[in-house]
Write a new protein. Structure first.
Length: 274
């Protein structure tokens, strides 16, 4: 009875409007755990087999291959290295930053990411400290642009801890030059920080070329394999065009079973519709 009351063309239109992710990627390292460290080629082969196409390198985790060997092996698997790491220490030292950039370029990576805004534990910071972080990122971003890569910044929850009656992430976003520094929005950490990813995507549209797709267990707000937790990914992905996101990198800091987590996260993201 219900189906008969809905025009057939409307049903077709609804199906046609459903979207899926263009491709998925994964940040190697923690999520690969001991399996990756002991069997890098086997891990990478499995990553490709279950549907990932892009890789982020969060650090040196000992793949046992030089840049040429690694690139050739990734090519054979249909994988592309997209993102490589840097640090705030490097952003304050142009020669060290250029060394990090060269390492990214050797692997064909187009983005270089700063994962932590401090050279210490980040405690007891003021808004002026966050302004200096933004200035360092802008200077580093200018060097990166001149060298042909894009600097991006990865958030945790500290950016959303109220400081002097203000959220530091807003201070960063207002001071960062969007032409020099993009944001790798970690969907777990912004949620852990008590803020809404959808609200911040709307607040700063076009600023997020990369998402860290990372889930949260509802019972203790700890990490979960993507699709098994409480983060509403379809609601976020509906705003992909507003966000400006191009790359979706799966992450889990300490999975109990790396292979299972890598597999189930891919299965969820390849089938999610929004």
């Amino acid at each position: 009875m219900v189906a008969a009351s809905v025009p057939f063309y409307s049903l077709l239109s609804a199906v046609a409007e459903e979207k899926k992710l263009p491709q998925i990627g994964i940040i190697l390292g923690a999520i690969g755990g001991q399996w990756l460290r002991e069997n890098p080629r086997e891990t990478l082969q499995h990553v490709a087999e279950v549907g990932y196409r892009e890789l982020e390198f969060g650090g040196d985790f000992g793949l046992g291959m030089n840049a040429g060997e690694l690139t050739g092996y990734l090519d054979s698997l249909g994988l592309k290295a997209v993102i490589g790491p840097t640090s705030m220490t490097a952003l304050q030292n142009p020669e060290q930053l250029k060394s990090d950039i060269r390492a990214c370029q050797e692997r064909g990576q187009q983005y270089i990411v700063c994962y932590w805004p401090w050279t210490d534990d980040g405690k007891n910071k003021r808004l002026d400290d966050w302004k200096r972080v933004a200035d360092s990122l802008n200077r580093g971003g200018d060097i990166c642009r001149q060298e042909g890569v894009q600097l991006i910044y990865h958030n945790h929850d500290i950016e959303f801890n109220l400081t002097e009656d203000r959220i530091p992430f807003d201070t960063l976003m207002e001071r960062l030059d969007p032409l020099l520094v993009g944001i790798e929005l970690d969907l777990y950490w912004i949620t852990k920080g008590g803020q809404s990813a959808t609200d911040y995507i709307r607040k700063y549209p076009g600023r997020y070329p990369v998402f860290h797709v990372k889930d949260m267990r509802p019972e203790d707000r700890d990490f979960a394999c993507v699709g098994s937790g409480c983060i509403d990914f379809p609601a976020i992905f509906k705003l992909n065009g507003i966000a400006g996101v191009k790359h979706f990198m799966v992450e889990h800091d300490r999975p109990e079973n790396p292979k299972d987590c890598i597999t189930s996260s891919a299965a969820y993201l390849l089938n999610v519709r929004f």
